[in-house]
Design a protein around this ligand. Structure first.
Ligand SMILES: C[S@@+](CC[C@H](N)C(=O)[O-])C[C@H]1O[C@@H](n2cnc3c(N)ncnc32)[C@H](O)[C@@H]1O
Length: 257
């Protein structure tokens, strides 16, 4: 099994505070730097540089914390992010990094299921790079990345939480058209988006997953070429007055392959 050193530029700290480099399996802590970096760029441009000062933001799935930390270090965002992470290993890595970069008062994380914790925070903003691996069941390399049969189950659930503004990563192989339609049905408009091409990585190249994605393509629920798929960072907003809805443009782009 592959192991990945999830170490930051400086040695990370153990839970007891002693310096050490700890290795985690990518089956335990999400590891896809290209995707995490893109999520971070989307946060920077569409959330941290646009939010009103002192906003409260809730995050589904902090992972190792890198995307939010990197966005916070590059912007002057003055609000607070409340993150929820199911994996205790990912939570431990994220907590150490938050302390290392002295962001504990801006990025507060919980080792808890998002759906069991988020209601205690009165947040207008919800952000996530959610689990979107489509598969008939969760017996996959990292079960916490299972996005249901079409990959869109958690994404759609997040669009039903009721936040006014939601930034989500939407994958072209995880039934994106129904997700956008679901967002519209929930009263959202697409007010901005960014798209990046990604190669199929460790999690989506698992043979069982890849075969399933091929089936979804036949049902027009997955869009990709032999080399790449598109990942979109989408900013959904409710009750927007005078803002253009870009949902039809987004559908054209995300289904282009
Ligand atoms: C695609 S990864 C994204 C991680 C990180 N945000 C990033 O972009 O690098 C999704 C994360 O959601 C976490 N997760 C899955 N189900 C969860 C739940 N119900 N509540 C909180 N976190 C969850 C997974 O453990 C995983 O770390």
């Amino acid at each position: 099994m592959n192991t990945v050193k999830l170490n930051s530029p400086k040695p990370s700290l153990s839970r007891t505070g002693s310096p050490e480099l700890k290795s985690y399996s990518p089956d335990d802590v999400f590891f896809c730097p290209e995707e995490s970096q893109f999520y971070s760029q989307c946060l920077e441009k569409m959330i941290f540089n646009r939010c009103e000062p002192f906003e409260q933001v809730i995050e589904f799935g902090t992972g190792d914390g890198t995307p939010v930390i990197s966005g916070l270090l590059k912007t002057r965002f003055a609000g607070t992010i409340y993150g929820y992470e199911l994996s205790s290993s990912a939570y431990a890595v994220a907590q150490n990094r938050i302390k290392q970069y002295q962001l504990s008062d801006k990025y507060k994380i919980h080792n808890q299921c998002f759906f069991e914790g988020y209601e205690s925070i009165n947040a207008n903003y919800l952000i996530a790079n959610p689990p979107y691996i489509p598969s008939p069941d969760d017996s996959i390399y990292m079960p916490a990345l299972h996005g249901g049969i079409d990959g869109a189950t958690i994404t759609n659930k997040l669009l039903s939480v009721g936040c006014q503004t939601v930034l989500l990563m939407v994958s072209a192989y995880s039934n994106p058209v129904e997700t956008i339609q679901h967002a519209i049905d929930e009263g959202y408009s697409v007010i901005d988006f960014m798209v990046t091409p990604l190669q199929f990585g460790y999690y989506s190249s698992e043979p069982k997953v890849r075969d399933w994605i091929t089936k979804l393509r036949e049902e027009k629920k997955a869009f990709y070429s032999s080399n790449i798929y598109f990942l979109a960072g989408v900013l959904f907003q409710r009750k927007t007055v005078g803002k253009t809805d870009l949902s039809s443009e987004l559908i054209k782009v995300i289904t282009a392959l």
